[in-house]
Design a protein around this ligand. Structure first.
Ligand code: IPE
Ligand code: IPE
Ligand code: MG
Ligand code: MG
Ligand code: MG
Length: 295
């Protein structure tokens, strides 16, 4: 998918990194086994490729590449980490869409993986994409129990599906849930750029904070898109969160206050990049994109 909203330098760069990520994932997820693999079962590799290639904004790889670029890390190196992060993200989407979770039929403008294949294949494709990411780079804390997977557990629990009545989460609880289910991977993207670049402590902390803030903003924007987005443009069903009793920013704040919070976070994110001066122009644009995106 290529993002097209105004032709700014940011959009050009995002699309460029998306294309490089696509090429790299296409090579990594080739039909032929890698050394030390015995075989790549046809249906499994096909479903992994379906879930990974040909769609998505590739915003997480963008964050890795641009954060690393602050320290002069060449793109070939940072793209590997970006591709690994994108594999975890795509796995999270495949499982998120399963009937047992959000039960969605449309993703990235196409049938979800379990619709295009079947549930068992989608489960295994997700498992394999997650594991594959660790073949490329270590991502454990952002992906697992205390990160994305843990956050997804909190998200489902907040619907009330494991209790008689929905638990009615407050703002702080929703913030924590969202920091885990979505924030952790975006944050890791920014932090990994700093690690790859051998950043000094202060710069590393600044990128870590930047990642945490735009991670929070990203899910709030997603929650607003569920209310105001156009399914054609967003490429997935909208208007589902309220019916599912999802614990979202919109549910606790209402749309208008959620928007105010979102734009406050963008300002905070831009301020966090002050130590980098004009080197961080792309990342600042990324923060604005998070709030203004329509897809
Ligand atoms: C959607 O993520 C799921 C969330 C964590 C909010 P994206 O909006 O980044 O989805 P793609 O990768 O562009 O399809
Ligand atoms: C995304 O939350 C969290 C994930 C880890 C995938 P959503 O359930 O709101 O994501 P969409 O709206 O289906 O993309
Ligand atoms: Mg979900
Ligand atoms: Mg969902
Ligand atoms: Mg959503």
């Amino acid at each position: 998918m290529s993002v097209n909203d105004g032709g700014s330098d940011f959009v050009t760069r995002l699309n460029e990194i998306a294309a490089s990520t696509e090429d790299l994932l296409d090579r990594l997820l080739a039909a032929a086994p890698m050394p030390a693999e015995r075989a790549r079962p046809k249906r499994l590799i096909e479903s992994m490729r379906y879930a990974t290639l040909g769609g998505g904004k590739r915003f997480r790889p963008f964050l890795v590449v641009e954060s690393a670029a602050l320290f002069g890390v060449p793109r070939e190196r940072s793209l590997m980490a970006g591709a690994a992060l994108e594999c975890v993200h795509c796995y999270s989407l495949v499982h998120d869409d399963l009937p047992a979770m959000d039960n969605d039929d449309l993703r990235r403008g196409r049938p979800t993986a379990h619709k295009a294949f079947d549930e068992a294949t989608a489960i295994l494709a997700g498992d394999s994409l997650l594991t594959f990411a660790f073949d490329i780079v270590s991502l454990a804390r952002a992906s697992g129990l205390g990160g994305m997977a843990g956050g997804q557990m909190l998200d489902l629990a907040a619907e009330g599906r494991f209790a008689q009545t929905p638990p009615r989460l407050g703002l702080a609880e929703v913030e924590e849930l969202q920091a885990m289910k979505t924030g952790a991977l975006l944050r890791f993207g920014c932090l990994s750029g700093a690690i790859l670049g051998g950043a000094k402590d202060g710069e590393r902390d600044a990128l870590d904070r930047f990642g945490a803030i735009i991670g929070e903003a990203f899910q709030i924007a997603d929650d607003i898109l569920d209310v105001e987005g156009d399914p054609e443009t967003v490429g997935k069903a909208t208007g589902k969160d309220a019916d599912a009793h999802k614990a979202t920013a919109v549910a606790v704040l209402g749309v208008e206050r959620a928007k105010q919070k979102l734009f406050g976070l963008v300002a905070d994110a831009e301020a966090t990049l002050a130590p980098f001066g004009t080197r961080a122009t792309m990342l600042k644009a990324a923060a604005r994109f998070v709030a203004e995106r329509r897809a």
